[in-house]
Design a binder for this molecule. Structure first.
Ligand SMILES: N[C@@H](CCC(=O)N[C@@H](CS)C(=O)NCC(=O)O)C(=O)O
Length: 266
């Protein structure tokens, strides 16, 4: 294990938190906080190692041994057979956590039920649609070294369309995407929708989505989970001036470009 890394320590929501061997490698990003929000909702104990994306720690050999794709989040656990299991891709991590630890179906539905498959619809929709599209909107609007209007418009329009899809669904359901309770479908999308301002999307155009954003925020477990491994500040970005936003983007642009250059050489 790399000694330079900060081990944040065990996180416990309540005294009743269930002991586990879960070790999460993460950073303060929309894909990272979906897992910590879920871990807190499930009341599981877990260890956290904060990965410094700006230093490209996620590309070091020891990390690639856990996630060969070199991205956070990544996780290890002691599997039921007693040996270590390595997990990556946030959607896969979420499915593992509910399959193994949510036997009471707090944030999931029983396998084989209608709602189980409907939850999968929205989880795969987030993993294949909302995340990648909004990620590219961020890239072209904030991190690209030049302003390419076509790229910015393409990905912002697609993100806006996806927000509309979610807004329509939330207008039909009671409070959450599937059934009558929060599920991994909601938790997988929350961090992305919370980052709407950074992607250049106005949430006021989507009233059901805006109400859902607040509804999840009001849950103590999700509220705790969103601040791991450091404070979640996405919702405060609307208070920043254009100059402050540009400065923030410039800082991230340097390591994003550096990482891309290193990947291109492989
Ligand atoms: N589909 C992956 C995406 C993971 C991903 O792109 N993570 C970003 C942070 S949100 C990352 O690690 N970026 C670092 C890099 O690109 O080097 C997942 O959902 O886990």
């Amino acid at each position: 294990m790399n000694r330079r890394l900060t081990q944040i320590g065990s996180h416990l929501l309540t005294k009743m938190a269930r002991k586990t061997d879960i070790h999460l490698y993460t950073a303060q990003t929309p894909n990272g906080i979906k897992v910590t929000m879920l871990l807190e909702e499930l009341g599981l104990e877990y260890k956290v190692t904060a990965i410094e994306l700006g230093k490209n720690t996620q590309k070091e050999p020891w990390f690639l041994d856990i996630n060969p794709n070199g991205r956070i989040p990544a996780m290890t656990d002691t599997f039921t057979d007693g040996s270590t299991i390595r997990l990556f891709e946030s959607g896969s991590i979420m499915q593992y956590l509910v399959d193994r630890y949510d036997t009471g179906h707090k944030v999931s539905y029983p396998q084989g039920s209608r709602e189980y498959y409907e939850t999968n619809n929205w989880l795969f929709w987030q993993m294949g649609g909302l995340g990648p599209m909004q990620g590219q909107a961020n890239h072209f609007a904030r991190y690209a070294p030049e302003k390419i209007e076509y790229g910015i418009n393409r990905y912002q329009n697609e993100t806006r369309r996806l927000y509309g899809v979610m807004n329509t669904q939330l207008g039909k359901t009671n409070a959450y995407l599937v059934g009558d309770k929060i599920t991994i479908a909601d938790l997988s999308s929350w961090g992305w929708v919370a980052g709407h301002h950074w992607a250049g999307i106005n949430i006021d155009d989507f009233p059901h989505l805006k109400a859902w954003l607040e509804r999840v925020l009001a849950r103590p477990a999700s509220e705790k989970g969103r601040h791991v491994p450091s404070r979640h500040t996405a919702l405060e970005q609307k208070n920043l001036s254009q100059e402050e936003l540009d400065k923030k983007a410039e800082q991230a642009r340097a390591w994003v470009q550096q990482g891309m250059a290193a990947d291109a050489k492989k």
